[in-house]
Design a protein. Structure first.
Length: 625
């Protein structure tokens, strides 16, 4: 692990711009100095050798004298002695040795004391032989002898007196080059030492320059990394007006723009999330493959899902339970809305699903948005409306059929029988009254539904009003000599001062409905119990009978319009099936509640709960009885 980290650090160091700038600067300086040094040393060597050649060139008088001696007809030894004199007379400290070779390649003289044994011997130097023969030869070769280098200058000796410039010999001059090369080496050492120092200074300068160049770039890099990580704090200090300074300024501007854009996007996202979260409609978004990537809480609740997170990634077809009816291609190509039934035995739920494509300007479809609208209430209302129309039609058709039948019978001759005609007219009158009562109830329900029912509220003593209404039913029993059904009203009403704000006429209508129902369904001689209980913040009135009771399956429907537990018996007794529905609407207009508790075969109890606030009478207030 340590070795890996070390290698990573080294790799990072070598790949950094600091290293690259310093390396490029150093290599450039090194190559430049090497090229300049090589050129300089080579040129210096060339000039030094040329200088040596010029220094060891013989004067014309010496070459002419040597030529005259070689063409002289004097004695051989005499000529050699004269040549030796001429050679010794040449005083040039740069010359190490001078040799003279005649046209036959015989060494005729040399000023080198140690080389006197080569006189009168054949030369073996190929350059000399080439010069004597007039062929091409190297006039100034460099030779090495006894570990030393010598500059050799070969010059043919030409007899100017002959017509064909005949070569009579060659003079060979040698100069020791070791002092020259030593000087060159010293100069090269000085140059390369200076070059090394220049490179060292150049490396230091390159490091300083690279740091000065790389520092703003490093700051820009760090700044961009922080921007990529979502940190927009701080800014790059612009210390120059060059391209790097302009880049730093642009990065600062870019960070500001990105921060503003990100904040705007984040704000829009939070606002969209809030809108989606608190929408009453469910919203689901998918990718182009139909997999869910967003769902709001309303959709989670409507679809009875565990949570939104566990739904992410699932197919929209599976979540909406339409995989057997629709395919993803159907949703993408045509299905704009679907009716979904998520009802259970305990709960009704109907959803209208609206589908919309998430489509780019290029036409590429990147997903689907599904809006789920809960239409359960609308569906229920539509069903109730259809049922209501059906019930009204049925309820009105029955008395109308009776009226028509009896009218037809009268028209067919029954009118001529007074007793029978009177009975038929009584039936027609009863059925007509029943239809009028039903239509009045329907009109009253319509006014309640439209909110146009007039309510004249006042504060009343609920106990006294309750007793007053019950007194009316007691008087009916007392004044009826031959009642169809006998019953007894038992009161459990405390003598308390509970003042409730309500419309007395509407409240009386509610109590009348409940009492009439209790009388209708109570057995002959039954007891109807009326109670009033004070619950501090609300007063609860109840009316109990000893009738057949209500089946458990029908308890929740007794306040529905046209609902009857025993339809045949209710119709025979003239009920319209609207009394309890009207009572419920009136009680709710008083901000109250109405409900029923019943056990089949043991009677029923209807409850009315009305809210109230304690009301204290002032001494100056006068209340009518």
């Amino acid at each position: 692990m340590y070795e890996t980290t070390k290698k990573h650090k080294l790799r990072s160091a070598f790949s950094s711009i600091h290293f690259k700038v310093a390396l490029v600067f150093t290599l450039t300086l090194l190559v430049t100095l090497e090229v300049v040094g090589a050129f300089f040393v080579k040129q210096l060597e060339r000039e030094s050798l040329d200088s040596v050649k010029n220094q060891i060139t013989l004067k014309p008088y010496a070459t002419d004298t040597l030529t005259e001696q070689l063409v002289s007809s004097d004695d051989y030894d005499h000529v050699n002695a004269e040549i030796y004199k001429v050679l010794n007379s040449i005083n040039n400290p740069a010359i190490s040795e001078i040799s003279v070779v005649d046209a036959n390649g015989i060494v005729r003289g040399t000023n080198d004391v140690s080389g006197q044994d080569s006189i009168n011997r054949k030369t073996t130097d190929p350059n000399v032989k080439a010069a004597l023969s007039g062929a091409k030869f190297n006039k100034s070769p460099i030779e090495e002898s006894d570990g030393k280098r010598y500059q050799v200058v070969i010059r043919p000796l030409v007899n100017a007196r002959s017509t064909d410039n005949h070569i009579v010999g060659v003079v060979v001059v040698r100069a020791n080059l070791e002092p020259t090369y030593k000087s060159l080496n010293n100069i090269s050492l000085i140059f390369f030492s200076a070059a090394f120092l220049a490179i060292l200074l150049g490396v230091i300068m390159s490091i300083i320059i690279s740091q000065s160049l790389a520092k703003p770039i490093t700051e820009i890099n760090d700044r961009t990394l922080r921007i990529a990580q979502g940190d927009y704090t701080g800014e790059i200090r612009v210390q120059s007006n060059d391209e790097i300074g302009q880049l730093a300024e642009n990065v600062n501007i870019l960070a500001l723009r990105i921060e503003e854009t990100t904040n705007s996007i984040d704000f829009e996202k939070r606002r969209l999330d809030s809108v989606l979260e608190y929408m009453t409609d469910g919203v689901i978004a998918t990718d182009r493959r139909g997999n869910i990537n967003m769902i709001n809480s309303t959709a989670v609740r409507d679809l009875d899902l565990t949570d939104g997170d566990s739904t992410i990634g699932k197919s929209i077809l599976d979540v909406l339970h339409i995989s057997g009816q629709q395919t993803l291609r159907d949703l993408l190509e045509g299905s704009q809305e679907l009716f979904l039934d998520f009802s259970t035995p305990d709960h009704e739920l109907f959803l209208q699903a609206y589908f919309s494509l998430i489509q780019r300007s290029s036409g590429f479809v990147s997903g689907i948005v599904v809006v789920l609208h809960d239409v359960t209430e609308q569906y229920r209302i539509d069903a109730e409306r259809r049922q209501f129309v059906s019930n009204v039609s049925h309820e009105l058709r029955t008395p109308l059929t009776s009226v028509k039948s009896y009218a037809d019978a009268l028209q067919d001759g029954a009118i001529d029988e007074p007793e029978l005609a009177r009975n038929f007219l009584n039936v027609i009158q009863d059925e007509t009254s029943r239809m009028i009562s039903m239509i009045n109830d329907l009109l009253e329900l319509s006014r309640m539904d439209s909110g146009t029912m007039a309510i004249e509220s006042e504060y009343v003593n609920i106990a006294e009003l309750f007793n007053y209404i019950l007194d009316r039913f007691d008087m009916i029993i007392a004044n009826d000599d031959e009642p169809k059904k006998r019953y007894t009203i038992r009161r459990e009403i405390p003598q308390s001062q509970i003042w409730v704000e309500l419309d007395t006429s509407k409240f009386t209508q509610v109590i009348d409905n409940l009492m009439n129902n209790a009388i209708k369904y109570s057995p002959d001689g039954g007891v109807i119990t009326a109670r009033l209980d004070d619950k501090q913040t609300e007063v609860v009135l109840s009316i109990s009978d000893q009738g057949l009771g209500i089946p458990a399956a029908d308890v929740n429907h007794v306040f529905d319009r046209f609902f009857r537990v025993d339809k045949a018996r209710s119709r025979a007794q003239g009920g319209s099936g609207l009394g309890l529905a009207i009572s419920k609407e009136i009680v709710e207009r008083f901000d109250g509640r109405i409900w029923v508790e019943s056990v089949e075969g043991q009677g029923s109890t209807f409850f009315i709960a009305l809210p109230y606030e304690p009301y204290e009478l002032d001494d100056e207030d006068v209340w009518d009885d």
